[in-house]
Design a protein around this ligand. Sequence first.
Ligand code: GLN
Length: 247
Amino acid sequence: MNHEPEKTLHILHLFPDLLNLYGDRGNIACMEHRLTWRGYGAVVLPFTCESTRFDLSDVDLVFIGGGSDREQKIVCGRLLEHQDALRNYVEDGGCLVAVCGGYQLLGEYYKLEEEMIPGLGLLDIRTEQGKGRLIGNVVLENERFRQKIVGFENHGGRTDIGSHTPLGKVLYGHGNDETSGQEGVLYKNVVATYLHGPLLPKNPELCDYILQNAMKRKYPDFDGFEPLDDSLENRANEYIVQRFTSK
Ligand code: GLN
């Protein structure tokens, strides 16, 4: 007999048809699996170019991936129509995960050589295209997490995060802008980062942090996750950390 899970998260995947570089879709699969392995429900709601109804009232987690400048511009134009709804959602503690192009468009603008793509202004950050692309493996450290965060970056934009808290300190790689030694942003329940990979299968602790924030917001009686057997994921993560940070 099938039992309905007692607790279910609704995950809105923004523009999977346009923003899906370096396996960003794997982040959705990872969140879904880490919920269902524990007996919780996961419902993924794609919002594509064809979609018309944009409603965050029943959404627990929003994911937006990375893309080329061209695709980013189309997406940003579409999302500006829903700027207020997205701002209210974020300010109310809604969970949002944004990767690379998706991260850039949460800011004030993304300035290219010959044009300016206006952003959603959900974060007080600004991105400008620099000379050459910042490409390669990345290792981050944040005291909030036991596990280092690993991933892969490939971006032309340099992001100034002002007084925002970064997702991590760069131990290896370029990060937001090559010079600040910072990567990504953590703001309320927003996790924004340049890291692809996909990000979440490589970083199970970060994935659970995001899912727990969504659970706590939706279910006041939620009292934390049971651990999963992450021995393989942890070994893969540790291997990358060793490879790029040990002298
Ligand atoms: N188009 C953006 C840049 O090059 C983001 C690229 C991406 O999402 N990988 O900076």
